[in-house]
Design a protein around this ligand. Structure first.
Ligand SMILES: [Zn+2]
Length: 412
């Protein structure tokens, strides 16, 4: 452990609780959807804290915030950390917020210890990770990584009928910097696990080695509308019945593949969706996830074949279209190793983990060496007001983050 530098558990906890008061909900959670008035209030609070800690704060064209603790050598690429302050509509106090405030706690702890680093340290707030008020999700980090155009984000229409650019102007976070112009030495994101593994294993730190890939297939099954009372069972072309067969068949394929495969059919549109009419058309989404791209390809092919066979047996037609693709991400060995060593040096038990959820870090990983630190959360619960974590676990994650960052930024 770096001599004389300690994160302050009580201060970090209080910051998380104070941020949780912004957009607070009745059951202990909060709602700060991106670029809303509550998001502005949360951003303003973070910016004030950062300025009080001596940081220079700027934002870019999509409203990503960069709070810089200067280094001895201003020309060096910043060592970066951060996450998001925006939330789901019924969110807890920790998802995203923790990673931002752990970064701030690193800055405060370095200030307390009067430690200088050679490289600057940037704490980043990525805009619209959650994608609730407008799309796409992970917008700010996608713009940073160059996978989504700034213009496309600016012209996106929010649930309130405004454009994102208007909202950025309204809340005062339309900066001038081009996203991605600032090159990071590395990026490390701390986050609650949002799953049950660390708690079940009794470990404090999850060293995230990779993020699984995601593919969406849109399936349109076309049969024929018909009268519910007069059409004999053997003369129907029922698109919903065929779709149900498909869902069962492709779930069987996913279950028989391996323990990593995930398939979800969470959205159905049934037409005409009338109680007395045989459904003539059904559209549904297959959300398919796996850490290995080759397995996603194989599952996709096998599932498409199964669905086409079922359509044929039912005398229906099926169209299958790929509508979203997020390839799996392998984090940089040098960062993964640094996190593992930091945890070990501090005496925290760690395990290597896969992230099942998407995070801003998976975008940044395209353009800079990147890693993630997970800490346990109660019952693995997230995207829920009851989301909860232990102050000691949050401090352990922040301490691991601090060690990882100063190993890169180099203590003077
Ligand atoms: Zn998050």
């Amino acid at each position: 452990m770096s001599a004389g530098i300690a994160v302050n558990e009580a201060r970090l906890w209080k910051s998380v609780m104070d941020m949780g008061q912004v957009g607070a909900l009745p059951h202990g959670g909060c709602c700060r959807t991106a670029l809303s008035a509550a998001d502005k209030a949360g951003r303003d609070l973070f910016v004030r804290w950062c300025r009080e800690a001596g940081c220079e704060v700027t934002s870019d064209l999509v409203g990503n915030i960069y709070a810089r603790r200067p280094g001895r050598k201003a020309e060096l690429a910043p060592v970066a950390t951060g996450s998001h302050l925006d939330t789901q509509p019924h969110a807890g106090k920790f998802d995203g917020i923790y990673g931002v405030l752990a970064g701030l706690e690193v800055v405060r702890a370095l200030n307390d210890a009067k430690v200088e680093t050679e490289a600057p340290i940037d704490v980043v707030v990525w805009t619209n990770e959650e994608g609730v008020r407008f799309g796409p999700p992970l917008a700010g980090s996608s713009a940073y990584a160059g996978t989504v155009d700034v213009g496309k984000i600016h012209s996106a229409i929010t649930l309130d009928g405004t454009t994102v650019r208007q909202d950025l102007e309204t809340i005062g976070y339309l900066g001038e910097e081009t996203p991605g112009a600032r090159k990071f030495d590395c990026f490390v994101e701390a986050h609650i696990e949002q799953g049950p593994i660390l708690e079940a294993e009794g470990k404090t730190i999850g060293v995230v080695t990779r993020v699984q890939g995601l593919r969406w297939l849109k399936v349109i099954v076309t049969g024929m509308d018909g009268h519910a009372g007069t059409t004999p069972m053997d003369r129907r072309r029922d698109a919903l019945l065929a779709s149900a067969d498909m869902v069962l068949a492709i779930n069987r394929i996913a279950r028989e593949t391996d323990r990593w495969a995930r398939l979800t059919n969470g959205r159905f549109e049934v037409e005409p969706n009338s109680g007395a009419t045989i459904p003539g058309r059904v559209t549904f989404i297959c959300d398919l996830r796996h850490p290995e791209k080759a397995v996603i390809e194989a599952l996709d092919a096998e599932m498409q074949e199964a669905m086409r066979g079922i359509a044929q047996r039912h005398g229906l037609s099926v169209e299958i279209e790929r509508v979203m693709e997020k390839p799996p991400v392998q984090f940089a060995d040098e960062i993964v190793d640094a996190i593992r060593q930091a945890a070990q040096g501090l005496g925290f038990e760690s395990i290597d983990m896969l992230s099942g959820a998407g995070h801003d870090a998976m975008n940044v990983a395209r353009v800079a060496p990147t890693g993630m630190i997970f800490v346990p959360c109660k019952d693995g619960l997230s995207h829920n007001e009851a989301e909860s974590a232990e102050p000691g676990h949050l401090a352990a994650g922040a301490a691991t983050l601090l060690e990882t960052l100063i190993a890169r930024a180099r203590r003077v």
